[in-house]
Design a protein around this ligand. Structure first.
Ligand code: MN
Ligand code: MN
Length: 311
């Protein structure tokens, strides 16, 4: 049997150009935000600074800026009027998404205020580097995962086994195949023309190496537009969500701005959640409450080379 690795073709120049623009903006914002984040700073300032910079540079946020502290691994964004601040000696993951016309670049970095944790951050970066080195059309996804795990363990740490990298699609953060951070059995391969976000999450060796869902949910996403809704406010909010964010994740903060801090949207939001027109993303917390570091780049798999869009 002949196995073809090129059943999917490369992206058109027009689409690739949009990915490249999104990637450049995401990288710029990530580097700028490293200079902005300080101990004692309100998390909401970081979220709004990152999202503001994305728009200034001509992009749109592909999802709310995530600022996840210590054992919170992912999916924390500030709710409206968030009073939380960056604790002293913490490990802060900032995860940024940018889209141009729906084409997404996803990137993350970890800012470290505790010298004890610096090696965790280093291991996450090295694991990301090792993964990118083996990316090419046709390579087994399990190979990429094994590289990530091996690099993390080489530095004496543990990967988070239930958080994965992922393919991105137009207006879709998680499209196509996942890229686990641990070695596993799979016959899936990296495909030519694919755009992948690779994101090793690293924790201490004596940690559980696993995340669980927390109670807090500040990020939401449209799931369906059909299905009956009695409440006029809910109907209206559904139209607002579809018009502004399509199928991309959004923050309650953003709704609060659209509604001019008028809280009428809150009841409509709960109604849309219970009718399953939208879904909520719970925060992910490391089960043993150990600190977590993350590094992430989005890469395009071309015929001849791998383009790190967020480099
Ligand atoms: Mn990300
Ligand atoms: Mn991602």
């Amino acid at each position: 049997m002949l196995i073809s690795f090129s059943s999917h073709s490369s992206l058109s120049d027009d689409v690739l150009e949009k990915y490249i623009r999104a990637g450049r903006i995401a990288a710029k914002v990530r580097e700028k935000i490293k200079e902005v984040v300080e101990e004692g700073m309100p998390l909401i300032e970081i979220c709004e600074a990152a999202e503001g910079m994305i728009r200034e540079l001509g992009g749109e946020p592909a999802f709310p800026c995530n600022v996840s502290v210590n054992e919170v691994a992912a999916h924390y964004t500030s709710p409206p009027n968030d009073k939380r601040i960056i604790p002293e000696g913490s490990l802060v993951k900032v995860d940024i998404g940018v889209h141009i016309d729906g084409y997404i670049a996803d990137t993350a970095t970890t800012i470290c205020f505790n010298p004890e944790y610096e090696n965790i951050v280093y291991a996450a970066e090295k694991a990301l580097e090792s993964a990118i080195k083996v990316m090419r059309p046709g390579v087994m996804i399990s190979k990429v995962s094994s590289e990530i795990q091996a690099a993390i363990e080489q530095y004496g740490f543990k990967p988070i086994y239930n958080l994965c990298g992922h393919e991105v699609g137009r207006y879709q953060i998680h499209a196509g195949k996942s890229i686990p951070n641990v070695s596993h059995f799979s016959i899936e391969r990296i495909r030519l023309g694919g755009v992948y976000a690779i994101e090793p999450f690293v924790t201490l060796r004596n940690a559980a190496g696993k995340v669980e869902e927390g109670f807090e949910k500040h990020i939401f996403r449209l799931v369906k537009t059909k299905g009956s809704l009695k409440n006029a406010e809910a109907k209206n909010l559904l139209r607002v969500i579809e018009g502004n964010f399509k199928t991309l994740p959004f923050a309650e903060r953003w709704l609060s701005k659209i509604y001019g801090n008028n809280e009428v949207y809150k009841r409509a939001l709960s109604e849309l959640l219970s009718s399953k027109h939208i879904m909520a993303y719970p925060v992910f917390i490391e089960v043993s409450r150990k600190p977590v570091a993350q590094a992430e780049h989005t890469v395009y798999v071309g015929e001849k080379d791998i383009l790190v869009l967020t480099a």
